[in-house]
Design a protein around this ligand. Structure first.
Ligand code: MG
Length: 170
């Protein structure tokens, strides 16, 4: 049996991950409209990954006998103005998600729910990668974003990202 508080936080996280998917689809939407199809494709894949995250929390809850309660998914709330702001908002969002994961981890630890801390270990590592990816994009945009030819090449590079299912299987 999962601890009540932990159960609730895991359920909230399902919604947060779907929100992340929705937010990144909006980023993709923004770049697509700007004609930056590589950026658009990169964020479309990112949105797929977030949906996978949501489904991992969903499945983990079900594997522990908990039916998920779906709440409304918030409207993407990041103003999409210029190429760089979007990337910075992406990093900020990932840092926020990391804080959510840490919060659940701490609650699980307090409840001595080591099954959940073990489940969350994958997400702790994943968040490290997400923050690095977001920072790498900012760095590249800082270096190359102001030169149209370099931006074109960066867009081509981002186009090569391929979707990979999460390495965590429940
Ligand atoms: Mg996620």
């Amino acid at each position: 049996m999962l601890n009540e508080a932990v159960k609730e936080l895991l359920n909230v996280q399902v919604n947060k991950e779907f929100y992340s998917a929705y937010l990144y689809l909006d980023f993709s939407n923004f770049y697509e409209a700007k004609g930056l199809d590589g950026f658009a494709s990169w964020y479309k894949i990112q949105a797929q990954e977030e949906r996978d995250h949501a489904m991992l929390f969903y499945q983990y809850l079900h594997n522990n006998g908990v039916q998920v309660i779906f709440e409304a998914i918030e409207k993407p709330n990041v103003p999409l103005e210029n190429l760089m702001d979007v990337l910075k908002a992406g990093l900020q969002h990932e840092q926020y998600v990391t804080s959510l994961i840490y919060h659940i981890y701490a609650a699980a630890q307090e409840a001595k729910d080591f099954r959940t801390t073990q489940f969350l270990d994958w997400f702790v590592k994943e968040q490290g990668e997400e923050e690095k990816n977001a920072q790498d994009l900012i760095n590249k945009m800082e270096m190359f974003g102001n030169d149209p030819r370099s931006l074109y090449l960066l867009n081509e590079e981002l186009k090569t990202r391929v979707y990979a299912a999460p390495s965590l299987v429940l």
